[in-house]
Design a protein around this ligand. Structure first.
Ligand SMILES: NC(=O)c1ccc[n+]([C@@H]2O[C@H](COP(=O)([O-])OP(=O)(O)OC[C@H]3O[C@@H](n4cnc5c(N)ncnc54)[C@H](OP(=O)(O)O)[C@@H]3O)[C@@H](O)[C@H]2O)c1
Length: 397
């Protein structure tokens, strides 16, 4: 019987192989052989000594990775967790600020030392966020960590080493995290687009049991931003909200959290034409096509506006008297306010039941997951500003 691997914006939790007769009614892409095939060339300029390099195998410049391999089960990963930890690892890094194709290199870097309050994660998947490219372009130079930098905030993987002060996690645990407590102020020099990354215990969450590594990696920074933004906006049960960019990485989670965690009575969201159906699937009551309608010209007023676009000046026009406008980016117009997310494991713990019950679903852009050799392609795609949900890198082996 014919089998195909189904990938959709929903990335079904089990990522199981469906038989062709099951596909009839599903709103998904169909491909029997969906591949993450790099069109970029790796700039393998190592930043370690030739002797160190000789101790490592070389990374193939091009690898064809069937997507199904991104969906290694948590059980399988646990069995291979007690591996020998090398001193060097394969990673993407940059030594100067600039465009992805100009500065990103693939090579060997040290495996980070584990501090007493940290664990070392064998990375299985990572995800990109706009802050990764803004940072790589040098927009946060003044508060950035030193170069060279391994980019990447979002990670999922298995703990292979625990620091002496870690109490709540152990080797073999499948975990996920935004690895940098403060996204702009001293973010981690050795991020998640690597085979290993070291993360503080307080930033970690145990992976929801129903999620694959690719799905889990898609969540931390975006879901924590959505939750913190809605908390700061003081959204209350029964209130109404407009989410600008409801199909993006943060917006797709803000729509779901507003509805299912905060109990909003009405969720409106904006996107371009082809993404309106997704907004409905996410739980939006009203899907506004921003290419055809100006939400600021519509009569509806909202208790909260969640601005993931950077158009606070327009957003404040549609908030009710006494309501809140929370802005993630761009200039702020009063009464709007802006904040920068703080990574917290407790946010992941709070949302775990909603993820495990399927009330909140990860949304992975259907162009991905991108292979570990296709990180330049993944960045280039994210930087178009047109991603649907999250741009994920998986598998990372
Ligand atoms: N302050 C913080 O702590 C924080 C945290 C996370 C993110 N951010 C910032 O928040 C912004 C959004 O992040 P993200 O991860 O969600 O980005 P993203 O996933 O790259 O956003 C892409 C989405 O934006 C939509 N979009 C673009 N212009 C739009 C418009 N005018 N109206 C409606 N939708 C529009 C696109 O939909 P279409 O293709 O349909 O246009 C696409 O789906 C970024 O600037 C990011 O740096 C800030």
């Amino acid at each position: 019987m014919e089998s195909v691997i189904v990938k959709s914006p929903w990335q079904c939790a089990s990522s199981r192989t469906l038989e062709s007769r099951e596909l009839g009614s599903l709103p998904v892409n169909r491909t029997g052989n969906l591949l993450a095939l790099s069109s970029s060339s790796c700039a393998c300029a190592p930043i370690c000594s030739p002797t160190q390099r000789n101790n490592l195998g070389t990374f193939p410049r091009r690898r064809v990775m069937p997507v199904v391999r991104a969906e290694v089960s948590q059980e399988t990963a646990t069995r291979v967790s007690s591996m020998t930890i090398p001193s060097l690892q394969k990673a993407w890094y940059y030594e100067e600020y600039g465009s992805a194709k100009d500065v990103l290199k693939f090579g060997e870097v040290p495996v980070p030392e584990v501090q007493p309050d940290q664990v070392l994660i064998k990375v299985h998947a990572a995800a990109l966020n706009p802050v990764d490219f803004k940072r790589r372009l040098g927009k946060f130079k003044a508060s950035d960590s030193p170069l060279p930098t391994v980019p990447g905030y979002d990670v999922s993987g298995v703990i292979v080493k625990v620091g002496s002060k870690v109490t709540s996690f152990k080797e073999g645990d499948s975990v996920y995290a935004d690895v940098s407590e403060h996204a702009l102020d001293g973010p981690k020099q050795w991020g998640s687009i690597a085979q290993y990354t070291a993360v503080e215990e307080k930033l970690l969450g145990l992976m929801p049991k129903n999620l694959s590594f690719a799905e889990a990696a898609s969540l931390p920074l975006a879901i924590e931003t959505a939750l913190e933004g809605l908390e700061r906006a003081n959204l209350k049960e029964g209130q109404t909200i407009l989410v600008l960019a409801g199909a993006g990485g943060v917006g797709s989670l803000a729509v779901q959290i507003a509805k299912h965690v905060f109990g909003a009575s009405l969720v409106a969201a904006t996107a371009s034409t082809s993404k309106l159906e997704l907004l409905k699937q996410l739980g939006a009551d009203i899907a506004i096509d921003y290419t055809k309608q100006k939400y600021e010209d519509l009569p509806e007023r909202y208790d909260v506006v969640f601005d993931a676009v950077g158009e606070c000046e327009k957003a404040v026009k549609v908030v009710k008297e006494g309501g809140s406008v929370v802005a993630l980016t761009g200039a702020v117009t009063p009464p709007g306010f802006r904040f920068v997310v703080t990574s917290k494991g407790e946010s992941l713990s709070k949302l775990k039941p909603y993820l495990e019950s399927g009330k909140i679903k990860p949304v992975i852009d259907p162009k991905g997951p991108f292979g570990f050799d296709s990180v330049i392609d993944a960045f280039t795609y994210l930087e178009t500003g047109r991603a649907t949900g999250k741009v994920v890198i998986a598998p990372i082996e």
